[in-house]
Design a protein around this ligand. Structure first.
Ligand SMILES: C[S@@+](CC[C@H](N)C(=O)[O-])C[C@H]1O[C@@H](n2cnc3c(N)ncnc32)[C@H](O)[C@@H]1O
Length: 508
C-alpha cells in the first residue's frame, strides 16, 4: 500500500515536470511536487471505479480541469523513435495499429527503470477483468447467449492477435514472460480500457494522469426523442452549448465541436497541443470528477473496460424476434430492444405494432406506426402480451432465476470476505450448484483441512470475474422482469380504456 502511494507520488511529480497541469496558470509547470492540487486530487472511490480523481475545489461545468501536453502522451509515434523497435515493426505491416501499440508497450515495459515512462508504467493496473480475460467457468456464468458469444469472440480475437504478433515479439527479443498470452492480454486490456482518441493515430494514446478519470454514462438525450438511440455513440457535450459566465478556461465552440466528434469530455486540442479535459457537470469539492468515455451498454463496458454500471441508462436487452418481424419494417435490428427501465424501445414498439396488424392493412397504418402512434387498444394489448411472453420465455430459458442469482451474489460477496482456503472450503461445503462448480473448477475441493494459507491471487481474481458475470446476468434479468411489469401495467390500463370506451377496435 505504501509502495503504491510512493509510486503515485512519483507519477504526479514526474507529470508536473513534463507539463501536465490541473491549473489554468501555465507558470506552475516544473516547480510543483505534483501536477494536481488546484482542481483535482487522486483518491479512492470504492463504489465508483476505485482509484480516481476528486474535485479539489468547487468546479463548474465546462471548466478545463486537466491539460496533458502532447509530449507527455504515450503514442506509437513516440515509442517508435526507438530505432531497434522501429526497424523491427517496419517488417510487419500486416499487424494492426493496436497490435503494434501493444508490442510497443510491452517493449517499453521491458526497459524497466530505464524507460522514460517508468513513473507512468509502474502505476498501470496489474490485472484487468475485460471479457477477453474470462476463463471457461466465468464465461459460462454469463448465461446469456449474446454475452457468452461476445466473450468467446473477445478471447479468440486476443489469441489470434497474439499469435500474429508473436514473430515480432521474438525478433525484438522480449523476455519470455512479456511474450506470453497473459502479457498480451495485459497490454491489450491496457489499450482497450485506457487509450484516448487522437486524430493522428487510430490506435489512440495513453494519457498519463488523464487516464485516472473514472467513467460516468452520458445522460438522457436532451429532447428525449428515441431516434437518438439510433446513433450508437452520443456525446455528453451535447447540452454544453449554453455555457455562460467566465469563458476564459471553458470550452469554446470549436473545441466543443472537436470534442463532440470524439464523444468524450476530453479531447486533443490542436491549438494548445495538449489533451484537455473539461468538467461535464458542476462538482462540489471532494466529489469524484468523472469522464464519459462514450455511450456503452453494460456488455460493451464489460468487454472493453472490465466493469459495468448497476444503473446504466444506455443498457439494452435484445429479445429474439421472428424473421417476419424484421422483414415487415425498415427499422435497423440494433434499434429494437428493451431499455434498462423495462420500456420497449421506440423502434421495437413501432415494429411490433405494424407486425401485429393484418398484412392487408399494414400499408395504410405504416405512417402512424413509424411516427410512434398506437394503432388500437387491441393492437397495443396484443403487442404488450407478445413482449411479456417473450421476456418470460427468455427468463425461463436461463439456468437460474433472478431470485437465485440475487442469493448467489450475496454468497459470492461473503466468500470474497473470507481469508484463507480453509475458511473458504468450510463455508462452501454446504453449497451445491454453481458454487460447488466454482470449488471444483478452482481445485479447492482438495485443499488440506489445516490450510490457513491466504487465498491465492488467482482464486481471488477468478472470484471477482465470476461475481461480475453473475451481477451482469442479474442486471440483464432485471431488465426483463421490469419489462414484464411494464407490459402488465400497460395491459391493465388498456383494459380499463376498453371498458370505458366499450369497444375493442377504436384507433387510439
Ligand atoms: C481509464 S481507467 C480509470 C482509472 C482507474 N480506476 C485506475 O485506477 O487506473 C478505466 C478503468 O477504471 C475502472 N472504472 C472506471 N470507471 C468505473 C466505474 N464507474 N465503475 C467501476 N469501475 C470503473 C475500470 O476498471 C476501467 O477499466
Amino acid at each position: 500500500m505504501e509502495q503504491e502511494e510512493d509510486n503515485l507520488e512519483s507519477l504526479l511529480k514526474w507529470a508536473a515536470e513534463i507539463g501536465v497541469s490541473d491549473s489554468a496558470a501555465t507558470s506552475q509547470h516544473g516547480s510543483s511536487n505534483s501536477c494536481l492540487g488546484h482542481s483535482l486530487f487522486v483518491s479512492y472511490f470504492p463504489h465508483a471505479g476505485g482509484r480516481g480523481l476528486g474535485a479539489a475545489r468547487d468546479i463548474r461545468k465546462g471548466e478545463l480541469v486537466l491539460r496533458v501536453p502532447k509530449s507527455a502522451l504515450l503514442t506509437r509515434e513516440i515509442l517508435l523513435e526507438d530505432e531497434k523497435l522501429s526497424v523491427a515493426v517496419n517488417g510487419h505491416s500486416s499487424l494492426s495499429p493496436v497490435q503494434i501499440l501493444a508490442v510497443c508497450l510491452l517493449y517499453e515495459m521491458q526497459k524497466g527503470r530505464s524507460s522514460w515512462w517508468y513513473p507512468y508504467l509502474r502505476n498501470l493496473p496489474h490485472n484487468y477483468d475485460i471479457l477477453a480475460t474470462f476463463g471457461e467457468f466465468e464465461k459460462q456464468a454469463l448465461q446469456v447467449d449474446d454475452a457468452v458469444w461476445a466473450a468467446e469472440k473477445a478471447i479468440l480475437k486476443a489469441e489470434v492477435e497474439w499469435k500474429e504478433a508473436n514473430v515480432l515479439m521474438k525478433e525484438l527479443n522480449l523476455k519470455g514472460r512479456l511474450q506470453t498470452f497473459r502479457a498480451w492480454i495485459w497490454a491489450s486490456a491496457t489499450i482497450s480500457s485506457r487509450t484516448m482518441h487522437i486524430p493522428w493515430d487510430e490506435a489512440g494514446c495513453l494519457c498519463p494522469v488523464g487516464d485516472l478519470f473514472n467513467y460516468a454514462a452520458p445522460g438522457e438525450e436532451p429532447s428525449g426523442f428515441e431516434d437518438l438511440e439510433l446513433q450508437s455513440h452520443t456525446s455528453s457535450f451535447q447540452d454544453t452549448t449554453s455555457l455562460c459566465g467566465d469563458t476564459t478556461y471553458m470550452l469554446d465552440v470549436e473545441q466543443l465541436d472537436a470534442c463532440t466528434e470524439r464523444l468524450t469530455d476530453g479531447c486533443f486540442v490542436e491549438d494548445v497541443a495538449a489533451y484537455c479535459f473539461y468538467a461535464r457537470e458542476n462538482y462540489k469539492r471532494d466529489e469524484q470528477v468523472l469522464l464519459c468515455y462514450g455511450t456503452y451498454t453494460n456488455l460493451e463496458l464489460l468487454e472493453h473496460y472490465g466493469f459495468f454500471l448497476y444503473e446504466n441508462p444506455n443498457d439494452k436487452v435484445f429479445i429474439p424476434l421472428e424473421p417476419e418481424i424484421y422483414s415487415s419494417n425498415s427499422w435497423p435490428k440494433e434499434s429494437m430492444f428493451i431499455h434498462q427501465s423495462g420500456k420497449p424501445s421506440f423502434a421495437l414498439l413501432s415494429a411490433l405494432r405494424l407486425w401485429a396488424t393484418q398484412p392487408s392493412q399494414r400499408r395504410s397504418v405504416a405512417h402512424l406506426a413509424y411516427s410512434g402512434c398506437q394503432l388500437s387498444v387491441e393492437n397495443e394489448i396484443l403487442v404488450m402480451r407478445w413482449i411479456s411472453n417473450k421476456c418470460n420465455v427468455l427468463l425461463k430459458s436461463l439456468p437460474t432465476s433472478f431470485e437465485e442469482d440475487s442469493l448467489l451474489l450475496d454468497s459470492i460477496g461473503k466468500v470474497q470476505g473470507l481469508h484463507n482456503s480453509l475458511e473458504l472450503r468450510t463455508y462452501l461445503a454446504s453449497f451445491t450448484g454453481e458454487i460447488s462448480a466454482f470449488v471444483e473448477v478452482n481445485g479447492l475441493r482438495n485443499v488440506e483441512d489445516d490450510s490457513a494459507l491466504p487465498l491465492s491471487r488467482k482464486i481471488k481474481r477468478s472470484m471477482e470475474r465470476w461475481r461480475l458475470a453473475v451481477q451482469w446476468r442479474l442486471n440483464y434479468k432485471k431488465i426483463l422482469v421490469n419489462c414484464i411489469s411494464y407490459c402488465a401495467e400497460s395491459i391493465d390500463s388498456f383494459n380499463c380504456q376498453k371498458i370505458i370506451s366499450g369497444t375493442e377496435h377504436t384507433l387510439i
